[in-house]
Design a protein around this ligand. Structure first.
Ligand SMILES: *Cc1c(COP(=O)(O)O)cnc(C)c1O
Length: 398
């Protein structure tokens, strides 16, 4: 089966969107094992293995909650468990995903204060610190940031944001979306003093969509005791009580949990530090390709702040007057490769190359080759040599 074509396309479809990502065969085989009884005696071993294994990936010694839901569900759980109607929350519009989280907070009855950006960099710790210093009455109950903004390919400096909150001596909780960074970009829930970390299965964790996570701090657990936003399905307390013995209060996504067990083993076998280094290298190689294409002007890396470059994905701006969606459609038809689309104000202005999850050097070179041929066929002004520039980075000659 190919995406949108009737004629058979030989070889494997290139899924180069920034999530869902390619699922390794080892994980697919684990998921394909027979479904087991989630209340039977054997289940607790699996439950405990993934609940404990996840802590190493989040870098926490505290609990991680697993929902059978997409990442959006875990966003809601983070807010609903810690906040009350009318609470002010400080959010930073780094891009489209931050915008969606902000809309959700508004719909839930919170009162977000929104810091704007130009969607070409991450959140500014100084701006967050200044907003908290202005809030002398401590109305702001939480700061919400997206670690890796998947619509722009810009990360936000979470440790520096924690330091800004501390410098302002402000008691707000820190809630961080790591849906497209966990297992791809260095992240430390406990060391960075994050109160709730939100994540999902279908990006760096190399699983299909369908699981999402909340890692929670002791302060977040304390907030859950007094938070008054309505919650039932998302309530941490029933989850944590059942998780004590390795079980869940309602039917978990059993087969995906088996896949998660396998994915966690694969991350450990490679070593998290090596996983992060691989993603950083692939980001650098991709940016080298984009800079080479744009050396004649026009094509640019969307992220303008080197500190905020993403190892998960690269968003590429096309020259004014050229359609990123038309380019993506051509590349899909001709080369059977899916690239990410532009979202929100970046619709049709950028396309996104995902390089997160189970990816290696040659897959990336194949993807960049498809983009370079697509630019040529679509008549987008560019300088050739992007693939060569990426190869030089990957081969360590640049
Ligand atoms: C993918 C993504 C989401 C949305 O997750 P769903 O699984 O589609 O609900 C939210 N935030 C970020 C940063 C993402 O990359």
């Amino acid at each position: 089966m190919t995406a949108g074509a009737n004629a058979r396309m030989p070889g494997r479809h290139f899924l180069q969107i920034p999530g869902p990502t390619n699922v390794p065969d080892r994980v697919l085989h684990a998921i394909a094992e027979p479904t087991i009884d989630h209340r039977g005696p054997g289940f607790a071993d699996l439950g405990r293995a993934v609940l404990i294994g996840l802590r190493r990936v989040f870098r926490t010694t505290g609990p991680v909650i697993i929902y059978p839901a997409s990442g959006t569900g875990a966003w809601e759980a983070a807010l609903a468990n810690t906040l009350s109607p009318g609470d002010a929350v400080l959010m930073v519009r780094t891009g489209w995903f931050a915008t969606l989280w902000h809309e959700m907070a508004t719909r839930l009855g919170l009162q977000p204060i929104l810091l704007e950006t130009d969607w070409r960099r991450g959140a500014d710790p100084d701006a967050i610190g200044a907003a908290l210093c202005d809030d002398t009455a401590h109305r702001i109950r939480a700061v919400c940031v997206v670690h890796n903004e998947t619509s722009t390919g810009c990360t936000s400096p979470v440790a520096a944001i924690r330091a800004a909150i501390d410098a302002a001596q402000h008691p707000a909780l820190l809630l961080v979306d790591t849906i497209s960074s966990l297992g791809s970009i260095d992240y430390r829930h406990e060391e960075w003093g994050v109160d709730v970390t939100v994540a999902g299965s279908q990006k760096g964790l190399m699983l299909p969509p369908g699981l999402s996570f909340n890692a929670v701090s002791p302060r977040a657990l304390a907030a859950a005791e007094t938070a008054r936003l309505p919650r039932s399905y998302w309530d941490w307390r029933a989850m944590l009580a059942a998780n004590e013995s390795g079980y869940f209060p309602f039917t978990p996504a059993t087969n995906l949990l088996r896949g998660l067990e396998e994915a966690l083993a694969m991350l450990e076998e490679e070593g998290l530090e090596n996983v992060f280094a691989r993603h950083a290298r692939h980001g650098a190689a991709t940016r080298a390709a984009v800079r080479a294409w744009g050396s004649a002007g026009g094509i640019e890396v969307q992220c303008q702040e080197p500190r905020d470059y993403s190892g998960s994905l690269t968003a590429v701006r096309l020259p004014e007057g050229h359609s990123a969606d038309a380019l993506r459609a051509l590349i899909l038809r001709r080369f059977d490769m899916s690239l990410g689309n532009g979202l929100g104000i970046l619709k049709d202005r950028v396309f996104r190359i995902g390089h997160l999850g189970d990816t290696n050097d040659l897959t990336l070179i194949g993807a960049l080759g498809g983009v370079e041929m697509g630019l040529r066929l679509a008549g987008v002004p560019h300088a050739p040599g992007g693939v060569a520039a990426a190869m030089a980075v990957l081969a360590g000659q640049s």
